[in-house]
Write a protein of this length. Structure first.
Ligand code: HEC
Length: 210
């Protein structure tokens, strides 16, 4: 069962609509959605979207944590779902989503049995092998917990910063400290401390760290 907290409202509305219209079918969801009006769907979407997602309990295998950010780039997951895989508009949040749920959905998109509003996700899934799916899902289900790993990385960076001045961590794309990584440009030893504090603050703000 998916986590809905913090999903973009538009995505939730669209999924409810797809269940009601019978494009997407599920033993539990189909009867629930059958009698919803459009206004009900928007209200439910607004409610769940405003909830703060809990930090995931899933622990990613370190081997997958090492390769999956590259897969997410290579297969354009981050292009649509966002750098931190937090979703946008009609595109769902993936970070911290349930492992089994995501794996089923990706297999479904690949087999073309999961309904897909615009066909984009079905296309995106075609190139994925079972191994890619497992690695991606194991990584994404633990996202959020990534901040704990970042804390460790920052400890290492602290000690290297003086010599190096600029540190780019693997898979890092964003200056505001979102996964899949962080680029830290450091002009003084204090600056790296500032970036560290900012990363943790942002993680708190997004509900990814408590
Ligand atoms: C071209 C844009 C695009 C790309 C590339 C893309 N996605 Fe998606 N993805 C979507 C959209 C749109 C949906 C919602 C589909 C729907 O239900 O109509 C979605 C849905 C999903 C879902 C189902 C989530 C849920 O809550 O039901 C998963 C899982 C997912 N994507 C994972 C991935 C992964 C992993 C990658 C990279 C291999 C990827 N996506 C690449 C656009 C994209």
């Amino acid at each position: 069962m998916p986590t809905l907290a913090g999903q973009p409202a538009q995505f939730i509305s669209i999924e409810l609509f797809q269940f009601r219209e019978g494009n997407r079918k599920d033993l539990q969801m189909t009867p629930l959605a059958a009698n919803l009006t459009n206004a009900d769907m928007n209200d439910l979407a607004a409610y769940f979207s405003a909830q703060k997602p809990r930090p995931p309990s899933h622990k990613t295998d370190p081997a997958n944590a090492a390769i999956a950010p590259k897969l997410a780039e290579q297969f354009n997951c981050v292009q649509c779902h966002g750098k931190a895989l937090l979703g946008q508009q009609h595109i769902p949040r993936l970070a911290g989503q349930q492992f089994e749920y995501m794996r089923m959905q990706l297999r479904g998109f690949k087999a073309q049995t999961r309904a897909d509003l615009d066909g984009n996700m079905t296309s995106a899934a075609q190139a994925l092998s079972e191994k890619d799916i497992d690695a991606l899902v194991d990584y994404i289900a633990g996202l959020g917990a990534l901040y704990d790993v970042l804390l460790l990385i920052f400890d290492v960076v602290f000690t290297r910063c003086d010599a190096q001045r600029e540190v780019t961590m693997a898979g890092v794309t964003s200056s505001d400290c979102q996964p899949p990584g962080i680029k830290v440009t450091c002009t003084s030893p204090e600056c790296i401390g500032g970036a560290f504090v900012r990363a943790v603050t942002n993680a708190h703000k997004r509900g990814l760290r408590t």
